[in-house]
Design a binder for this molecule. Structure first.
Ligand SMILES: Cc1cc2nc3c(=O)[nH]c(=O)nc-3n(C[C@H](O)[C@H](O)[C@H](O)COP(=O)(O)OP(=O)(O)OC[C@H]3O[C@@H](n4cnc5c(N)ncnc54)[C@H](O)[C@@H]3O)c2cc1C
Length: 415
């Protein structure tokens, strides 16, 4: 027998949307969140600005979920980026589109997104129980019968698990849902960091900590094979490298980690081919011919990078520019176009922006997000084996799967 309420576990992006939608359809909904505050991860997303979705069209959008994007077609047909934008605007959030189709709240305040979704919950009369940790999902003969929390048991035949991934655990996403899914018979694809910073072997990166490079190209290689190539912004850190293009390339590192060191080459001047760069260098050297090389590269490179490049080139920093040989110039050009960094691995899962792996999509109905193994059990958000690139794709996946799960769960109860 089908009995309510709809229980939503997790008050993150997916859970807020699922609860809001089920409430909007008229179902009785209880949202259980272990934190006192809802949407802690959303609040820190996009550096506190929340890149809530992307304005791209469907086909291009799907390509931003390497591997498993096809699964999202049904969910996106039901609730896509324009639907999300309309919903948020109807809840009082003005949005803006930035470079690369990235959509942000006009206010640049991620909290505005959470506040809007809280209004959505209120409109649907969703009962929110904060600081309520769920311990177990109760099952009987492949059907959901309830959930066990720290304060008791709630009986229901309808549970949406939206407990997130297993990174940034301080936000509450500690991976509890994977355990329940496994106990319910689901396959969990191995969890790996996606969109993670990279450790490198070079000690000199520490000297560049905090230096951000725009409009560079990073190429990741395993021996002769190019694994990935990205153009855009990166950042040096005390352990290696981070920033959007590095996070995107990290997917290859997480997969190839077993095969030893990978080579990352940074082209600091991707808009110039070798010949043009050589001409440019010769021109600068003409202008600064009476200067020492350490003082002659300011037009070409950020100040902090100059001593590193000179050190790696083996040229004495005090050498006068007019004494630089053609061979030394060639070494400089090699460094400017393929600054080498040996990648020793990804930062740990907890530091990844997203968790790759999760509940196997083969066992979830893409039209409803319901488990194909257990009746009344739904999954939404990062717990699923889906991960996207940076650009608003992960939140849209969480919102769309949440919406579909909430809608289907309410349907199941006759709403
Ligand atoms: C630093 C950072 C920046 C990001 N920026 C962006 C961005 O700009 N754009 C983008 O698209 N994506 C971004 N992401 C990714 C995106 O935030 C996540 O993919 C998305 O929030 C996942 O939503 P979710 O609802 O599945 O999980 P979560 O948001 O992690 O929510 C899960 C919720 O479940 C609760 N929970 C867990 N276990 C239990 C339990 N046992 N009982 C009760 N409650 C429980 C947690 O406390 C949490 O509130 C970013 C991620 C990080 C870490």
């Amino acid at each position: 027998m089908t009995t309510g309420p709809v229980i939503v576990i997790g008050g993150g992006a997916a859970g807020l949307m699922a609860a809001g939608r089920a409430g909007e359809k008229g179902a009785r909904v209880i949202l259980l969140e272990k934190n006192r505050v809802l949407g802690r991860k959303v609040r820190i997303s996009g550096k506190g600005r929340c890149n809530v979705t992307n304005a791209g069209e469907l086909r291009a959008f799907i390509e931003n979920y390497p591997g498993n994007g096809e699964f999202l077609y049904s969910a996106f047909h039901k609730f896509f980026n324009d639907d999300l934008r309309q919903l948020l605007e109807s809840l009082g959030v003005s949005l803006k589109v930035e470079r690369g189709g990235r959509v942000f709240p006009q206010s640049d305040q991620a909290a505005d997104i959470v506040n809007a979704l809280e209004r959505y919950l209120q409109q649907g009369a969703v009962e929110v129980r904060r600081e309520e940790t769920v311990r177990k999902i109760l099952l009987e003969k492949d059907c959901v019968t309830g959930v066990k929390t720290d304060s008791g048991t709630v009986n229901t035949s309808c549970v949406i698990v939206a407990t997130g991934g297993k990174s940034y655990t301080a936000t509450g996403s500690t991976g509890d849902g994977y355990r329940w899914a496994h106990e319910a018979g689901h396959t969990i694809s191995p969890l790996r960091p996606a969109l993670a910073p990279l450790n490198t072997r070079e000690e000199w990166v520490k000297e560049l900590q905090g230096l951000s490079l725009k409009n560079v190209e990073a190429v990741l290689r395993a021996g002769d094979k190019v694994l990935g190539r990205e153009f855009g912004e990166m950042l040096f850190t005390h352990f290696g490298v981070s920033g959007p293009i590095i996070l995107t390339l990290s997917r290859w590192v997480a997969r190839a980690e077993a095969h030893g060191d990978l080579l990352l080459q940074i082209n600091l001047k991707p808009s110039l081919d070798v010949e043009k760069l050589d001409n440019r260098l010769q021109r600068d050297f003409q202008i600064y011919q009476r200067k020492q090389i350490k003082n002659a590269l300011d037009d070409l490179l950020p100040k902090r990078l100059i001593p590193i490049i000179i050190k790696l080139s083996g040229i004495a920093p005090e050498k006068f520019v007019h004494q630089i040989t053609r061979k030394e110039r060639a070494v400089l050009i090699e460094l400017l176009t393929a600054l080498p960094l040996f990648v020793s691995g990804c930062r740990p899962l907890d530091e990844a922006i997203v968790t790759a792996g999760g509940v196997s999509l083969k066992e979830v109905n893409p039209k409803t997000m319901e488990s194909k193994l257990v009746q009344g059990l739904y999954f939404a958000g990062e717990i699923l084996d889906i991960d996207g690139y940076t650009g608003g794709y992960n939140l849209q996946a969480a919102f769309s799967t949440g919406y579909v799960a909430g809608d289907a769960a309410a349907n199941r109860l006759g709403y």
